[in-house]
Design a binder for this molecule. Structure first.
Ligand code: C2E
Ligand code: CA
Ligand code: CA
Ligand code: CA
Length: 274
């Protein structure tokens, strides 16, 4: 009678151990992947709703794994975050973008947005690191922008450190606004420049009026608090028209461009800059 239970137990323990192992070996792969430069960046343009011209890009990481092929960030970023590898990975990403953009010439004030996890701000020498980055990007005419992902709660200490970055002239955006842990009271104590409205709200445009009221409320909040609104995941002209009619300043999404490798981006920018 006990045999099926015993088998189920052994199976469950086995599954648990296998999962644990696969997570840790993926973490090992991330570590060696950074050393072997298997990570690269693609860049998605962000256009101004005034004139449709590109004012900057968001840098999005990709992993060319030697066995698994191209791996999407949704899979490895959470593992990097859990295994203390997100800081070295993010530092690698900054260096990679610096190297990439030193090969392009962009309009002055061109912005590159980086996704930075809150853990990054725990580093003790974070201000010196960002001062170096700010200067290095300034030499190639680029203004760095930090998109703060809020999968974890932002602590008061992190907010203080992030606020200090704005004194270095680094732009700060809250990413995926409306989906994470950011509370309205946090927005009151924490000044930032941009608020990126998550795609799930953009998807409600043209749907029933109750869900799209949430979007309208977020846009109003941006206007009232003087944040510049950026809409992400804009896929249709109807969505773009609606957002423009509501004075959303910046738009990002497949309607305008998909994330591109540097050489493709360079051609795209030639056709879409001032
Ligand atoms: P995110 O910051 O919200 O990035 C936007 C994601 O939406 C990107 O997916 C982008 O390719 C996708 N996207 C953009 N426009 C459209 C659209 O019109 N339709 C649809 N369906 N999707 C669109 P991606 O590149 O797979 O990145 C997924 C997430 O992984 C990012 O979400 C971000 O949270 C994280 N991530 C990506 N790169 C980095 C990085 O360098 N560092 C960190 N810490 N996280 C990153
Ligand atoms: Ca982002
Ligand atoms: Ca986002
Ligand atoms: Ca998103």
């Amino acid at each position: 009678i006990l045999l099926p239970f015993l088998l189920a137990f052994v199976w469950l323990v086995g599954l648990h151990l296998w999962r644990k192992k696969s997570r840790s070996s993926l973490a090992d792969d991330i570590k060696s992947g950074i050393e072997n430069q298997e990570f690269f960046l693609v860049y998605q343009p962000i256009v101004s709703s005034d004139d449709g011209k590109a004012k900057g890009v968001e840098a999005l990481v990709r992993w060319q794994h030697p066995q698994m092929g191209l791996v999407r960030p949704d899979l490895f970023i959470p593992i990097a975050e859990q295994s203390q590898l997100i800081v070295p990975l993010t530092n690698y990403i900054f260096e990679r973008a610096l190297a990439d953009f030193s090969k392009l010439s962009v309009d002055s004030g061109f912005r590159i947005g980086f996704n930075v996890a809150p853990e990054h701000f725990i580093q003790s020498d974070i201000e010196a690191k960002f001062r170096y980055l700010k200067d290095a990007f300034a030499r190639i005419g680029v203004q760095p922008l930090i998109e703060i992902t809020e999968r974890q709660l932002l602590t008061a200490d992190m907010c203080e450190r992030i606020t200090a970055l704005r004194e270095l002239d680094i732009l700060v955006a809250i990413d995926d606004f409306g989906t994470g842990q950011t509370t309205l009271s946090l927005l009151q104590t924490f000044t930032l420049d941009y608020l990126k409205i998550d795609k799930c709200f953009i998807d409600t445009i043209g749907q029933d009026s109750v869900t799209s009221h949430v979007l309208d409320t977020i846009i109003e909040l941006c206007h009232k608090m003087n944040y510049v609104a950026v809409a992400e995941g804009v896929e249709t002209q109807q969505q773009a028209d609606y957002l423009i009619s509501r004075d959303v300043h910046f738009l990002q999404g497949y309607l305008f461009a998909k994330p591109m490798k540097l050489d493709e981006l360079s051609h795209w920018l030639e056709a879409h800059s001032e």
